[in-house]
Design a protein around this ligand. Structure first.
Ligand code: FPP
Length: 241
């Protein structure tokens, strides 16, 4: 839940439509991803300046391995270049970089740059930028269940102690607040296996704009729309209480 009711503390984004953007313009798909990386930069900077506490970006899903090997290789190279190229920007904006997902399965060179960026920024006090990499919401829940089962097996946890709060401690996002606002670009009305546990009470905002065209003004629009919503978390509206 957010501390200031009208400004989301945590924004999560499903960055979709890079391929469609490229196709509409007659470019190869990868141009869409390259332009998408520019939107990542602009939106990250805008969120940091607006003092949003956390931004989580769905950058590579577990399902994305099904894409042609060439596209995967180019995406991994883009990610690596982004990590190296953004270090100054991350430092200047006091951003702490983190990652969620099955990180160990990423290519070694990407893991190395990710480790360096995370280590360099770990004491930064501004916004947390979390990259979801090789991430799947169901996999996250399965990984948590496995870790809990291990604890129970070794007698470190009693079954009766497993509550929603305990469960949360085993998720990749254990040290994060839940998203207040989930943005999806390119119009699809889907969650696509993103943060399944964490978005239980998130407000959804979907725009037809493809991710490479998603800029500061679209972010402003989403935040304004969020501010008008009344979040009840399963309770009643004020006038009925
Ligand atoms: C969806 O577009 C986007 C992705 C699968 C990857 C997201 C990657 C980026 C935004 C670029 C790089 C990211 C960072 C952090 C540097 P799509 O290819 O599924 O689009 P389509 O549905 O129109 O084909």
């Amino acid at each position: 839940m957010s501390t200031n009711e009208n400004v989301p503390s945590h924004i999560a984004i499903i960055m979709d439509g890079n391929g469609r953007w490229a196709r509409q313009k007659g470019f190869i798909r990868f141009r869409g991803h390259e332009e998408g990386a520019k939107s990542v930069r602009e939106i990250t900077r805008a969120c940091a300046k607006k003092k949003i506490k956390q931004l989580t970006l769905y950058a590579f899903s577990l399902e994305n391995w099904k894409r042609p090997q060439r596209e995967i290789n180019l995406l991994m190279k883009l990610l690596k270049d982004y990590l190296i190229g953004e270090r100054n920007e991350i430092r200047e904006n006091d951003i702490r970089l983190t990652a969620i997902g099955r990180i160990s399965a990423l290519p070694e060179d990407v893991k190395r740059e990710l480790r360096i960026s995370m280590e360099e920024s770990k004491n930064n006090k501004g916004m947390t930028l979390c990259l979801a990499l090789n991430y799947g919401g169901r996999a996250e829940i399965v990984d948590a269940v496995k870790a809990i089962a291990e604890q129970v097996k070794t007698g470190k946890l009693n079954v009766g102690e497993i509550t929603e709060e305990t469960f949360k401690k085993y998720l990749y996002t254990h040290d994060m607040i839940d998203p207040d606002l989930l943005i999806r670009t390119a119009g699809e009305m889907r969650i696509s296996n993103f943060l399944l546990w964490e978005i239980s009470y998130a407000e959804l905002w979907v725009t037809p704009v493809c991710w490479p065209d998603f800029k500061k003004e679209h972010l402003e629009e989403a935040i304004k729309d969020y501010a008008r919503r009344e979040r009840r978390f399963g309770g009643l509206r004020g006038e009925y209480t």
